[in-house]
Design a protein around this ligand. Structure first.
Ligand code: NAD
Ligand code: TDX
Length: 348
């Protein structure tokens, strides 16, 4: 099968391709990516030369480019990862999120409608639990929870989910959607909580916790997410939504303290000194208090189970960052430093 993977040079997309391209020589994987600041071709080194892997550098906002990619590669399955993904960036500069996440998804759906007869092809949309908004102390998100996004990022993802459902109902496009909780693992750009804290801890820099650190996220190891998507693509039902989550609810402050403990364990640094780097900074506006995913549908209907606990996954992740200093050095370029200054300098 010919599979078009969008956003394959980003964190989850690259893990997905590195994990699945070698396992499936019977499929061809075409990675359509604009290569934004969040993309990194070095992350794809394990598959770059594989016979069943191709790269197409295209911006989803450019419909002609997307149209040409469909004509050239004739995909039968689209797995749509590409998006602007960082909530804080959507607060300081929302326009790119509206363009890439809404217009980009729209262009991809239009290309499917143009190139596929009704009933042909399959469009898998990778989305987030953030579309459901914030939970209080109780309850979990299920597939029927009302959409109530808080940030420009989550609103743009909610809009893209709605477009996907509209194309299924109106044009008969075969679609599936997954809404996943927070991912962590190798290859994650260090603007996100876990890699940012790991690298700062390694360098003895402040560990900036927003607000009081009491917000809760439900953490899932990235490969468990990739396996869930692969299962839904192959065994799921058209028109259905599946929530993906690892039942790993942790308060941010406890995530950071656990990172200090594991960094200490793996480097011999003092855990107490690392915890001393924790600095409480100004909260994120509109900061959702708690996310928790009920993945019962995926577990019971498709028999998916995550393989990593937060403890095993975090140890693997920190080991990976310790073992890949060149990758780390390469992503922390001028652009990265500019973001860190902009986001953290007036937060103290
Ligand atoms: P990322 O920011 O690491 O990577 C995004 C990729 O998309 C990059 O390679 C970038 O170049 C590409 N891209 C962005 N705009 C594009 C455009 N206009 N045209 C073509 N390519 C473009 O993101 P990620 O963390 O890997 O997330 C991937 C997907 O998973 C996103 O849709 C995100 O909403 C969703 N998701 C992420 C998480 C998480 O915790 N990271 C959780 C749930 C869902
Ligand atoms: O420096 C920080 N300090 C801090 O306290 C950063 C970067 C984050 N935080 C907090 C904010 C959140 O409560 O940590 C939590 C996690 O933050 P992020 O890593 O920015 O993730 P989040 O905002 O929860 O969104 C992520 O999960 C859902 C991804 O970025 C989204 O793409 C995904 O959809």
């Amino acid at each position: 099968m010919k599979i078009l993977v969008t956003g394959g040079a980003g964190f989850i997309g690259a893990n997905f391709l590195n994990h699945l391209v070698p396992k499936h020589p019977e499929h061809t994987f075409v990675n359509l990516d604009k290569l934004t600041y969040a993309a990194n071709l070095a992350s794809l080194e394990p598959v770059a030369k594989a016979d069943n892997y191709r790269l197409a550098v295209i911006d989803l906002v450019d419909f002609d480019g997307v149209d040409r990619a469909f004509a050239e590669h004739e995909p039968e399955l689209v797995i749509h990862f590409a998006a602007e993904s960082h909530v804080d960036r959507s607060i300081s500069g929302p326009r790119a999120f509206i363009k890439s996440n809404i217009e980009g998804t729209f262009n991809l759906l239009e290309a499917c409608r143009k190139h596929w007869e009704p009933g042909q092809g399959l469009f898998h949309h990778v989305s987030t639990d953030e579309v459901y908004g914030s939970l209080g102390d109780e309850g979990m998100f299920v597939e029927t929870t009302r959409y109530d996004p808080s940030s420009p990022y989550s609103a743009s993802k909610a809009a893209s989910d709605h477009l996907v459902r509209a194309y299924a109902r109106t044009f008969g496009l075969r679609t599936r959607i997954t809404n996943c909780s927070n991912n962590y693992g190798p290859l994650q750009f260090p603007e996100k909580l876990i890699p940012l804290m790991v690298l700062n801890a390694l360098e003895g820099k402040p560990l900036p916790v927003y607000g009081e650190g009491l917000n809760v996220r439900d953490w899932l190891y990235v490969i468990d997410h990739c396996e869930a998507i692969w299962k839904v693509v192959h065994e799921g039902e058209d028109g259905q939504t599946y929530n993906i989550g690892g039942n790993n609810e942790v308060r941010n402050i406890d995530v950071v303290k656990e990172i200090c403990a594991v960094v200490a364990e793996q480097t011999g640094k003092s855990r107490g000194e690392l915890e001393g780097l924790i600095t409480y900074v100004k909260d994120r506006p509109g900061h959702d208090l708690r996310y928790a995913i009920d993945a019962t549908k995926l577990r019971t209907e498709l028999h998916w189970e995550p393989t990593e606990t937060f403890s095993t996954g975090l140890r693997k992740t920190i080991r990976w960052y310790l073992d890949h200093p060149t990758w780390v050095q390469q992503v922390r370029t001028g652009e990265y430093r500019k973001w860190i200054e902009k986001n953290y300098d007036n937060r103290g």
